[in-house]
Write a protein that binds this ligand. Structure first.
Ligand SMILES: [Zn+2]
Length: 449
């Protein structure tokens, strides 16, 4: 693995790749069109799966006349990735290069079935690290920083992202996943200025530090926290509370093992996550497969533009997002995702209204008389879904639970349109998460399967 730092810009320069990052939308589209055309041709010529799938759909890369023509091509999803991998082991026939050209694989955590491998050629890997460096740079990381990476080098795609920080020139501390007490010791000893974790772990780590008598503002030097894996990093209330706890700025990142460790992330303005639009074509679609308007919610569908080892054409992520193409105050012109509102799988429909756990989080984190922890319990009573939201009153709160419940019910109704039964619990009653928090308890049985 060659990590060169020869092309690192001066720290005062706001952009990693100025010409690319600030080009106008027309130039972005032109670049994407030319990359997409080549990529589709590569997929059709070299991947047995895509040749069969395009032929079956009656489409050919030569028919691509504009970016919108991507909608003529068939979708792919996690289930197909898994099936093709099992049909043609070990990597599947979606792969579009000889195995000798593959140098690295990541694999999904496997929480929802057989892990699927995400292969990279040497050039794919280099492209990925260049983007990670560009992303870290846009979030203010510089060669003067000490970056602590508390993710392991394993099959998990988050591991190698530390090499992006290293490429950028930051002093990189490969801490790996270690017990919280040990991690706090490392952060303190080396006075790390930046870390990467999930929002719930950042919260847990901060609370652990306080219990250990560590002053997060004085004893540690962490001023930037990159978070991924949960919606919290884009929920302003969650971010505000984490920032107050740590005296650090929170930057939300988004990635998925089937593409990159992070393929979108927040710049210093922290209003939305800039997409790696020279690597990925983004579609946001309604349930009929039509594009939604800017600011509206739809399913995120991604197409790789350069990843040679295994092209993903119209990959349905199952994530519900919204986006904007308005130029950002930072000067970057790439489209921004305005956060992940939830997973299609997490979406609850209560009396005909869609609601995501992240909607509830927004309300729970805003009320300063609550701890911010919450849980949703969904039950079914004679064909009617009933939502109960459990929240915790803050330690030292002097009012009544009835008053808290009434206020929460009102606020939740105004944010989501849903009326829920609200139960107020004493502080520290709900389980604390050390990784991804489980916020929904579905007691409806197998009614949806
Ligand atoms: Zn920006």
């Amino acid at each position: 693995m060659q990590i060169s730092t020869t092309s690192v810009p001066p720290s005062s320069q706001p952009f990693w790749a100025p010409a690319l990052e600030t080009q106008n939308r027309a130039a972005w589209q032109q670049l994407q069109f030319s990359l997409l055309k080549t990529h589709l041709q590569h997929a059709y010529a070299n991947s047995p799966y895509y040749r069969a799938s395009f032929d079956a759909a009656g489409v050919h890369p030569d028919q691509l006349q504009s970016l919108d023509d991507i909608r003529r091509f068939p979708f792919i999803n996690k289930k197909i990735l898994r099936e093709r991998q099992m049909a043609v082991p070990p990597l599947g026939d979606i792969v579009a290069v000889p195995e000798r050209d593959i140098v690295y694989i990541a694999a999904s955590s496997g929480s929802t079935g057989v892990p699927t491998a995400s292969p990279f050629t040497a050039q794919d890997f280099e492209n990925w690290m260049d983007f990670e460096a560009r992303l870290f740079w846009s979030s203010g990381l510089r060669p003067e920083d000490r970056y602590c990476h508390s993710l392991n080098f394993s099959l998990f795609v988050g591991g190698p992202c530390v090499l992006g920080a290293q490429k950028l020139g930051a002093l990189s501390i490969h801490a790996g996943t270690v017990p919280s007490e040990r991690l706090l010791q490392i952060l303190r000893q080396f006075q790390a200025t930046a870390i990467w974790t999930t929002p719930s772990y950042a919260w847990y780590l901060g609370e652990t530090a306080q219990k250990e008598g560590i002053d997060l503002h004085k004893d540690l030097a962490v001023r930037r926290i990159f978070v991924a894996g949960e919606p919290g990093g884009s929920i302003p209330e969650t971010r505000a509370r984490l920032e107050a706890l740590w005296n650090a700025r929170i930057y939300d990142y988004y990635g998925l093992s089937d593409i990159f460790g992070a393929c979108a992330g927040m710049c210093e303005e922290r209003h939305g996550l800039h997409w790696a639009e020279d690597h990925i074509l983004v579609e946001v679609l309604n349930p009929d497969g039509e594009p939604v308007a800017e600011g509206e919610r739809g399913e995120l569908v991604l197409t790789t533009l350069k990843k040679a080892a295994r092209p993903l054409i119209r990959f349905r992520t199952g994530d519900i997002v919204s986006f904007t193409t308005e130029p950002c105050r930072c000067g970057r012109t790439s489209a921004r995702m305005l956060g992940v509102h939830g997973r299609l799988d997490d979406m609850l429909i209560i009396k005909g209204v869609n609601i995501f756990p992240s909607d509830v989080e927004e309300v729970a984190r805003k009320d300063r008389d609550l701890t911010g922890e919450y849980r949703l319990v969904v039950e079914r009573d004679r064909h009617l879904d009933i939502l109960t939201v459990e929240i915790e009153r803050r330690h030292g709160f002097n009012g009544t639970d009835e008053e808290l419940a009434a206020r929460f019910t009102r606020q939740l109704k105004s944010v989501t349109g849903v009326t829920a039964k609200v139960v107020v619990l004493p502080p520290n009653t709900l389980p604390r998460a050390t990784h991804k928090a489980k916020r929904v308890e579905d007691r409806r049985g197998k009614v949806w399967t």
